[in-house]
Design a protein around this ligand. Structure first.
Ligand SMILES: *Cc1c(COP(=O)(O)O)cnc(C)c1O
Length: 477
């Protein structure tokens, strides 16, 4: 496909503007010496260019997107409508509080609802993503220890199954990361945890269900071990879709956490955002929260907490994403919210059990909202890897599952169907996986050279990540 610059034809223009009926201003002093080098194309060219690009990408609106750990569910369009209402879009963050009472009221109600769901007491909406929330939560933990003059706590414990952002956020917050191994079943090794906690433990970061899709049954014991050593517990809320409305991180013993509004609460994600990663905490940490929190009953105000760690983002974060989440919450209500988790778990288990006939499931237990399969056996017997199967799925119009994560499973494919897919769609994935398996037995080369029906085949992913071409440089320059 050509870039818009390559489609450029000298002198071609977009739309013909009417003759100017005012005298031309002399802009000589401000004029560029060399032309800007914008593409010269017709309106028709532009329209076709962007339609072609849209066709070349795959989103939730195009087909099944079972990307593990990402919760790529269908997001009701009515929530976008709500977030487009002029009362929300035409405001300015510096407007006096009394002129935006409705918006502050929405923040207040969204905070109360999300705190009820998570078992937290207060919440900031400033962080722009999950990873940003992790960083914020760790700064809360740091502020807490500092406020008690407990200054030698410089270590954060992270299990080896954790999402890469966990150790990265801990390092950014100035902590040393202590990795602990997971057990056979992917759960935290209690002995290993007991061996590493001490008076240098600042805290633990954990997601539950964990990254292999299993709920850690020892969670109360885990958080107690950390608390007894004087550390705090941070909950990575990216997997909240599995337990929402059923159990609460606050009741599992966690002190602070983030939720990913762009995963669990109806903001489409991809393409770099924007997202939102609100951070909730128990009352004893609330004084350290960043930014402005809604306060008051009749006359609402935005107030900075007393010992606030400062600002994590300008103003109140990505506010319109909170509007989407709020619309979603009130649409589902107390009865609807637990249905998210129940159906997400049911869908994942249906796929897991149906695929177990052909593929190896390293964890046999009932899973939560996602499960991990291993292609280690296929790699050894027919040299077909997780990557090959993922590429072959593209020919079925299905986005591949997450690959090679978590790191504790070799040749991993991690499947998260979400609650919004029908049985027919799930069956289409089972059918695709089954056909790919049978084809691999009969003609492994066909699968190893997949995809066969897409615009491009196998791009060099390492170069694309390490040396991305983000700017068009004309050949004559
Ligand atoms: C997605 C995810 C994160 C990070 O969230 P972002 O919003 O992408 O920054 C952290 N942990 C887990 C388990 C995740 O799946």
């Amino acid at each position: 496909m050509k870039t818009i610059f390559e489609s450029s034809v000298k002198g071609r223009k977009l739309t013909l503007l009417p003759e100017s009926d005012v005298p031309a201003a002399d802009l000589k002093a401000a004029k560029r010496e060399t032309p800007l080098g914008l593409p010269e194309v017709s309106e028709n060219d532009i329209s076709r260019h962007f339609s072609e690009m849209a066709k070349a990408t795959h989103g939730v609106n195009d087909g099944f997107y079972p990307l593990g750990s990402c919760t790529m569910k269908y997001n009701p369009k009515v929530n976008d409508e709500a977030a487009s209402l002029p009362g929300f879009t035409n405001i300015h963050p510096l407007q006096p509080d009394h002129t935006v009472q409705g918006c502050i009221g929405l923040m207040k109600e969204a905070e109360a609802t999300l705190c009820e769901i998570t078992g937290m007491d207060r919440m900031t909406f400033q962080p722009a993503a999950g990873a940003h929330g992790e960083f914020t939560g760790l700064l809360l933990i740091k502020a807490y220890h500092r406020s008690r003059h407990d200054l030698q706590r410089n270590k954060i414990i992270v299990p080896d199954s954790a999402h890469g952002t966990n150790p990265a956020s801990a390092v950014m917050a100035g902590y040393e990361v202590i990795n602990i191994p997971s057990q056979e079943d992917g759960c935290v090794d209690l002995e290993a945890l007991r061996n590493v906690v001490g008076d240098d433990t600042a805290g633990l970061m954990l997601t539950n269900p964990n990254t292999v899709g299993l709920f850690d049954k020892n969670i109360l014991e885990i958080t107690e071990i950390v608390h007894k050593a004087g550390g705090l517990c941070y909950y990575d809320g990216a997997n909240l879709n599995a337990v929402i409305g059923i159990v609460r991180p606050g009741d599992m013993g966690f002190d602070c956490m983030h939720i990913n509004l762009h995963k669990t609460f109806s903001t489409p994600h991809g393409g770099g955002g924007p997202g939102a990663g609100p951070v909730g905490c128990k009352a004893f940490l609330a004084d350290f929260l960043p930014g402005m929190l809604p306060e008051g009953d009749d006359e609402l105000k935005l107030v900075k907490p007393e010992k606030s760690i400062g600002m994590m983002k300008a103003f109140n974060g990505n506010f319109l994403i909170l509007v989407r989440a709020y619309a979603y919450l009130i649409m589902l209500g107390r009865e609807g919210i637990p249905e998210i988790a129940k159906n997400a778990v049911l869908n994942a288990n249906y796929l897991r059990v149906m695929l177990a006939g052909k593929y190896v499931m390293p964890y046999k237990e009932t899973c939560m909202h996602e499960f991990v399969m291993s292609l280690e056996h296929e790699k050894a017997s027919m040299d077909v890897t997780a990557m090959d199967v993922a590429k072959a799925l593209l020919d079925y119009g299905i986005h591949p599952p997450t690959m090679y994560f978590p790191l504790i499973v070799h040749e991993a494919l991690m499947v998260e169907p979400t609650e919004t897919e029908s049985k027919e769609t799930l069956d289409s994935l089972i059918n695709a996986f089954t056909e790919i398996y049978d084809k691999a037995l009969e003609d492994p080369e066909y699968i190893k050279s997949a995809p066969h029906k897409t615009i491009i085949e196998r791009p060099d992913e390492v170069s694309a990540a390490r040396h991305p071409k983000l700017r068009y440089i004309p050949e004559d320059k």
